[in-house]
Write a protein that binds this ligand. Structure first.
Ligand code: R5P
Length: 285
């Protein structure tokens, strides 16, 4: 087996290659004058692991190109972050189910696919090849443990993220709750934990995706007003668009950390171990 990656998943791919003890293939990425993408992979084997986060439209195209470049081998695709997965329904008439469109396009030329902490598991059903989720929730819990907080309160920003938050909390036996938004009027909104008081607590908000950071910045300000001692954020996919990192730090978050499914300076948690373990286990099935 050899590993190739697209441009924005190079670090994670190298980490997985090291953990699996398989070669990482050098790949050249260029852009034609008209904006079209070009890539050239080094020598491949009869089995290829393609690691590619769909962090933007270029990475989607690079993923298609990488699969095609490896057309003579048996391919497994790992999508650490699957962009477009939040449009997993037709919310208004006339919209595409974008997650389905992406899944369908990426199902050609691969034998199976893995996605890290998918936004909604129903998205996996849109792939026409076997699709499996890999979770890095324990790695996030281990990171929270490294913060050495005294009796931290793990919070999900909404009820939908409670599975992730309770999985993280289970690592250290910490308290866990989710935030609830109560609207008193057009302007007056209160965000607070559903049952556990944040006063006097070190709080860690965990979410699958931090995109603009808007959700967490508002929550952090309110938790501070409610007497939280410190507020930290940890997420799987640090998309961090539109100045999200500075928005969050300015809102009073003591730390904002993500995994390397979206590679950035805040990627202090790695998905490499979870990916390598799953690939190794499934190879022995
Ligand atoms: C929403 O369903 C996700 O789980 C995140 O809560 C959301 O994507 C965060 O977005 P933002 O950082 O832009 O508030």
């Amino acid at each position: 087996m050899r590993i190739i990656s697209t441009e924005r998943s190079q670090v994670l791919a190298a980490r997985v290659a090291e953990k699996l003890g398989v070669p990482l293939v050098e790949t050249i990425f260029r852009r034609f004058p008209d904006g079209e993408l070009y890539m050239r992979c080094g020598e491949l084997d009869d089995e290829t692991l393609i690691i590619s986060s769909i962090v933007d439209n270029d990475m989607f195209v690079q993923t298609l190109l990488a699969i095609d470049a490896a057309d003579r081998s048996a391919n497994t695709l790992v999508i650490p972050y699957m962009g477009y997965s939040r449009q997993d329904k037709r919310f208004s008439p006339g919209e595409p189910i974008s997650a389905r469109a992406v899944a369908r396009a990426l199902s050609t030329g691969i034998g199976r696919v893995y996605v890290i902490n998918i936004h909604d598991r129903s998205v996996l059903e849109h792939f026409s090849v076997p699709a499996k989720e890999i979770t890095i929730t324990p790695a996030i819990g281990s990171y929270v443990g490294d913060l050495r907080l005294k009796n931290p309160l793990i919070l999900a920003p909404d009820e939908g993220a409670i599975d992730l938050a309770s999985g993280v909390a289970a690592v250290g036996g910490w308290d866990c709750d989710h935030l609830v938004k109560t609207r008193f009027s057009g302007e007056e909104v209160r965000i607070a934990p559903k049952t556990i008081d944040a006063a006097g607590r070190d709080v860690v908000i965990v979410d699958d995706i931090i995109s603009t950071g808007g959700t967490l910045a508002t929550a952090a300000r309110m938790l501070r007003d409610q007497g939280a001692i410190s507020i930290h954020a940890a997420c799987v996919h640090g998309v961090l668009t539109s100045g999200a990192y500075t928005r969050l730090r300015a809102a009073g978050l003591s730390s904002v950390v993500s995994s390397d499914t979206c590679e950035s300076a805040s990627s202090l948690i790695s998905a490499a171990n979870a990916i390598a373990t799953t690939i190794r286990e499934d190879a022995h099935c």
